[in-house]
Design a protein around this ligand. Structure first.
Ligand SMILES: [Mg+2]
Length: 317
């Protein structure tokens, strides 16, 4: 017999809002209505509706709610200041030079990313913000974002053997990723403002690439740019949503809960906006106080050095 939803499919969408009262009428309340647990085909579902939707949507079906062990927690990591940091005189050299070359090649502007506070911004928004700083209006810079990103990627590709210069893996990162890789109830990915080839290129250069869940996947600066340089965290939130959508297509098991780990207030605000649990680390340029003011529920760690503490923050201990 054809599997059927007891809740009509068209009514699944309200699950993606906080107002889950309608679905609570037909089953027990979601374990946490504030945090929809599964992303399927672009809509977030509570755990119960996800279980019902699975048989109708097919593919990588959600498990019945009673078999929560087959669901996975999705952990997304920011890159700069979270997994790796800049060190020495050649700090983050190749990425910085890629930006510098793009400004010169496309707009004939001699500049450097340090003319603004770029921490927590996506690469496309950094390009726009710096050009604004030099008097180039967004109407002029936005249409040429593609050219600038292509320029950056060309530079990065031709200097790949230097990517590890000026970057280092932060304490505990390898141990945390290694531990998460061994767990069948966890999937890991990147959510970073880096253009995708640059993000993965850095991971490969420092020996972290193989720790992430296959394909590998994530959300990257190259995936989306609204042009909103005033609230850069909003673009990052979109990247977290994109990673969740990709997870729903790529992972064999449904996602029960999402976590995003980052070093800037923008990471934490974005996580909350996109329905993920925000975990801050003070290994970047922001203090514990800076990160804690992003919300009462925000978990802030000094770093990722204590594996058990990191696991505990995600309910994985
Ligand atoms: Mg960062």
């Amino acid at each position: 017999m054809e599997p059927r939803l007891t809740v009509p499919l068209r009514r699944i969408a309200p699950c993606s809002t906080v107002q889950a009262a309608w679905c609570a009428d037909s089953h027990p309340p979601p374990r946490n209505p504030q945090r929809p647990e599964v992303l399927r085909r672009g809509v977030r579902l509570c755990c119960w509706c996800a279980a019902q939707a699975a048989s109708v949507l097919g593919g990588a079906a959600a498990a019945p709610a009673s078999e929560s062990h087959s669901m996975v927690k999705l952990v997304s990591f920011d890159v700069d200041g979270t997994l790796i940091h800049s060190v020495g005189d050649s700090a983050n050299k190749v990425h910085r030079q890629a930006f510098k070359g793009a400004f010169k090649q496309v707009f004939d502007v001699d500049t450097d990313i340090d003319v603004i506070n770029h921490h927590g911004c996506t690469d496309p928004l950094i390009l726009l913000k710096i050009l604004e700083h030099h008097g180039v209006a967004k109407e002029e810079s936005m249409p040429r974002l593609g050219e600038m990103q292509t320029s950056m990627l060309q530079y990065f590709e031709t200097h790949k053997d230097e990517v590890a210069d000026g970057v280092a893996v932060l304490p505990g990162v390898k141990n945390v990723l290694q531990e998460l890789k061994t767990r069948s109830d966890v999937a890991t990915c990147l959510v970073t403002g880096n253009l995708e080839p640059i993000g993965w290129g850095k991971m490969e250069a420092v020996g972290l690439l193989d720790f992430f869940s296959p394909s590998p996947f994530g959300g990257f600066g190259s995936d989306f740019c609204s042009g909103n340089t005033e609230e850069s965290w909003r673009d990052r939130a979109e990247l977290i949503r994109i990673a969740a959508t990709r997870a729903s297509h790529l992972l064999p098991n449904p996602v029960s809960e999402r976590f995003h780990i980052g070093d800037t207030p923008m990471d934490l605000l974005a996580a909350k906006e996109a329905g993920a649990v925000a975990i801050g680390v003070t290994t970047g340029t922001y203090s514990r106080r800076d990160l804690e003011t992003c919300g009462a529920e925000t978990v802030v760690l000094d770093d990722l050095a204590d594996v058990s503490q990191v696991l505990k923050a995600m309910g994985l201990e």
